[in-house]
Structure formats: C-alpha cells, structure tokens
Write a protein that binds this ligand. Structure first.
Ligand SMILES: O=C(O)c1ccccc1NCC(=O)[C@H](O)[C@H](O)COP(=O)(O)O
Length: 270
C-alpha cells in the first residue's frame, strides 16, 4: 500500500529529527508560546455554517501531482479567511505533497484560525514539532498506527495543548477509535487508499457508527455544492477540502460556490 511507502519515509525523517530537536529546549520554548486554538470548538459551537469548513493549503498530491502552480500561501489564506473558513489544514510533507514546515510557519503569521498540521505522524517528536511550528491540531491516521501508538500520540498531543483529529477509512479502524478515551474529532476519509478513488458514500456509511460525543469531519473528494448538501443531510460537523480549492484561481469564490449547496448559510458574515 502507498501509505507504507510514506511511513518508511517518515521513519527516516524521525531519525533526522532526533538529531536536530532538543526536547528540553523545545518544551521550554513551548511553555512561552500562546495557547492553541481549539479545532473542535471551531467546528462545533463556533462553526460559521451548518457544515463547517477546514480549508486545505495543498500544493501537490501523490494521486494528482502538482495541483497549484502559482502557490502563494498568503493569497490562499486571505481568500479562505474572507470566505469564512472555520479552520485551515496545511500539508507539511515535502516528498509526496510538496508541503513544508516553513509553509505552516508562514500561515501561522497570517491567520488566527486554528491550523491543523496535515502530516503522517508516527512519533511524538513530530507532535512536538507540530506545536513548535505553530499548529493548533494534529492529524493521527488510524491506518498507520496501532492502538497503543494512537493512544500515546493522542495523549502526547493533548499534553502540549494540541487538538487531535483522528482519521479512519473503514469500520474496523472506526471501531478501534470509537472506544478510546479523549477522542473529540473523527475524520472519515472518503479516499480509498488502494485506488485513490473518493466516494462520499464512505462518510454516509461510517458516520452512523461514530459515537455521539465525537464531531465528524468528512475528508477528501468534496468538490461540488451538491456534496455539501449531502454532508448537511448526513449531519456531519465539517468538510475538509483541498484539491478543488487549489485548482481555482479565486479560492474565496470557490469556497462560496461550494457552500451554496447548503440549505442555509447560517451565521457567516460576508
Ligand atoms: O491527496 C492524496 O492524493 C492523498 C493520497 C494518499 C494519502 C492521503 C492523501 N491526501 C491527504 C488528505 O487527506 C487530503 O489532502 C484531504 O482530505 C483533502 O482532500 P481533497 O479535497 O481531495 O484534496
């Protein structure tokens, strides 16, 4: 599976991080940093529309290659904010997504919205690094972590004040996550990891099995106003959208167009 290749790369990156990151120094630095913004609150009590939005800053992907040639994070963030995104997601993986820590750091200087570090996290040093570079939340992918790792990394992130979005792809992964303590946000990824094909029916099927106390984020392949209408019907809390917005020159217009599929625009102030 493609994820296995990514995980091999991440293992090398963690080894490198071990030589670069002084944990005590990092913890001292973090103690002086402002508190994280809550991603969970942004997508529940504070969301601006019936279905909230995590808008992604994504230059390229393994399935599609380069997505956005003219990639200017400041323009993208400005557009997302003006269109009322509730939170941002920033890819920091370099090899497969042409992302980077420096992109997240730049985005941090541009916005007060919660920022999710979109990364393939397998080690607590990456969690520490996420906090240091200015993320408010991390993604933990159930497909690449066993139960012990998920519990440990969830705990490590929360100890640093970070929020956590746990991503699942199928019933088996969801049933593992559903019984864990301190899970507030579950991401249902619509992308089949073997074929890369996306299908919203994935969210439709799995959302019924998500414990009532968890907020739900539908991820990947959302690119039509009708998709937002369907997610609204499913009563999910938020959508995570990257590629579609990254393919449009005007991301503000693109967000507004997609959101026109909702039955009510809710409290978003234009
Ligand atoms: O985007 C990919 O091709 C991909 C391939 C393998 C693993 C993960 C991948 N994407 C990460 C994501 O979860 C998406 O960036 C995110 O859900 C947004 O999806 P989209 O709106 O389809 O860009």
């Amino acid at each position: 599976m493609f994820l296995e290749r990514i995980v091999r790369t991440k293992k090398d990156e963690v080894q490198e991080l071990k030589t670069k990151l002084n944990v005590q120094e990092a913890e001292r630095e973090i103690a002086e940093m402002p508190a994280c913004r809550s991603l969970t609150e942004a997508l529940t009590v504070n969301k601006k529309r019936t279905v909230g939005l995590i808008a992604e800053v994504k230059k390229a992907s393994p399935s599609k290659g380069l997505i956005r040639e003219r990639f200017v994070p400041a323009d993208i963030v400005r557009g997302y904010e003006a269109a009322g995104a509730d939170a941002l997601s920033v890819l920091t993986d370099r090899d497969y997504f042409q992302g980077g820590n420096e992109i997240l750091k730049e985005v941090r200087t541009l916005t007060n919205l919660p920022i999710l570090r979109k990364e393939f996290i397998i080690d607590e040093l990456q969690v520490l690094e996420a906090r240091l570079i200015g993320a408010d939340a991390v993604l933990l992918i159930a497909a690449i972590l066993n139960d012990g790792q998920l519990i440990h990394l969830n705990r490590s992130a929360r100890a640093l004040g970070l929020d956590v979005l746990i991503e699942v792809h199928d019933e088996a992964e969801l049933s593992r996550v559903a019984t864990m303590d301190n899970v507030t946000l579950i991401g249902i990824n619509n992308r089949n990891l073997h074929t890369f094909v996306t299908d919203l029916a994935q969210t439709e099927r799995l959302r019924e099995l998500v414990p009532a106390h968890c907020a739900i984020v539908s991820e990947s392949g959302i690119h039509l106003p009708e998709h937002m209408g369907r997610l609204e019907q499913m009563n999910v809390n938020a959508a995570l959208i990257g590629e579609h917005f990254m393919r449009q020159d005007d991301v503000k217009e693109a967000v507004e167009h997609i959101m026109s599929g909702l039955s009510t625009e809710s409290s978003h102030v234009k």
